[in-house]
Design a protein around this ligand. Sequence first.
Ligand code: ADP
Length: 544
Amino acid sequence: MDGLMQNVPLTVDRILDHAAGWHGAREIVSRDAEGRVTRATYAAIRADAKRVSNALAAEGIKVGDRVATMAWNGARHLAAWYGAAGMGAVLHTLNPRLFLEQIAYIANHAGDRLLLADPATADLVEQLLLQVPSIEKVIFFCDRASLPQTGFPAIAFDDWIAGQSTEYRWGGFDENTACGLCYTSGTTGNPKGVLYSHRSNYVHALMTLQRDALALSARDCVLLVVPMYHANAWGVVYSAPAVGAKLVLPGQRMDGESIYNLIEDEGVTYSAAVPTVWQMLLQYMQEKGKRFSTLERVTIGGSACPESIIRAFRDDYGVDVIQGWGMTETSPLGTVSVPNASVAAKPEPEQMAYRLKQGRLLCGLEMKLVDDAGNRLPHDGKTPGRLMIKGPTIARAYFGGEGGDVLDAEGFFDTGDVSTIDAEGYMQITDRAKDVVKSGGEWISSIEIENIAMGHPAVANAAVVGVSHPKWDERPILLCELKAGAAATADDLKAFLEGKIARWWMPDDVLFVERIPLGPTGKIDKKAIRAGLEDYELPFDAAR
Ligand code: ADP
């Protein structure tokens, strides 16, 4: 027997309709690369999004066609996002920080028909067009006066939508219709396309709005530092309008001063970003002796959150740090590290150990640990295994069938992460399956050593990689980037690690480098580190 409730398709256009209808005057603030700030509202964004739908229809874009954007966070990008989704097209976010070859590969693979791009990417677009024949038209997110000079025909977004009607009938398709396309940044292997549906994005927004997740509210002012082209913008493009939060879109500038000024000028209460962004912000604040007047909490995810960041935010600035874990394939939020009742009852030092874990599962998802043969492993907080996840916001295949069948017999997706799960249900990533250091048949967590090393006062960034060893197969070595003007020796670092990690985890060597290479999304690029270490040899003592 069917239930007798209304069967309303969960399509994301309804989220913007809600924001415009019930929080219509709430502001969307955008800052461009020149630092100019413009103000819009949810009502105005919806009107522009409807114009976009009409403009897309006029270009012959149909349900399922891919419309690409290559841009930083801004109001025009947001209008394009909803305008494409609302009419059933697939909004495909391209990451302008990738190499040209990678972007071309991705755009060709996706079969993008239109490209809406930030004017700052004009040179890149010019080269891209030579390699991606499917792109029929380029629209730059700007007005006519800011249209870049190019050797190819292009139109300003404002002209493209000017004259289009603000009436367009959104939706009318199944909730499982594709809505957005986002390629994994390829930290491990070729980029693969994750194809979100309207339903998965809608459900994800509701899941992340729980108090024990991102907990956004109508009173929040949200600074979306996470780029809209990265991992579905952590779903904030849906969750912020769903509750009518003020939304601040920071454009291209991510340095500490720019982010700090935006937080203060706009009264930001909540923000989300990867650890490297927060590190830059904290460094700026420490140097300049700045304070926050409105910021209450931040979500950190994308890579493990060092304890030093949690402590600096909380102890020095009274800001709560919530660690989240997820990946492009999981929409992206999967787990969040907030205290449950029994952890909250523990003394503070013990609580910190839980905050450093990646956290507990959101309702609606299932998670398990397995060994290489697929057998379930215990949730004892000690046994590391492959992390598998299942649910309505988890990918079941990649775009174009790339990578083949990606689910196990029980329908779980292999995250490629290695983790433990403790008796309280807290998951802790110990490594990426590809980054794990395997020494004498046992796994060493590169992430754990990195986090501890980052707590050394002279260290700005740290990376641990495995190098081959004649006896132990692999041994860890530690690369450190020192803070400007700071000094430390290899022995200092080893002494600092002593007692904090198992003795056999002690890195066999410590190398000081000018810069730890970061990938396009601000994560440590271990592929590049390993490539740079091809001729590296362990010190004689260690190699025995
Ligand atoms: P890519 O796979 O291309 O790096 P994603 O942004 O999808 O792009 O990355 C997801 C991965 O990032 C996860 O599988 C995990 O390894 C890592 N990650 C995400 N959040 C955390 C976190 N809080 N702590 C540790 N690792 C994390």
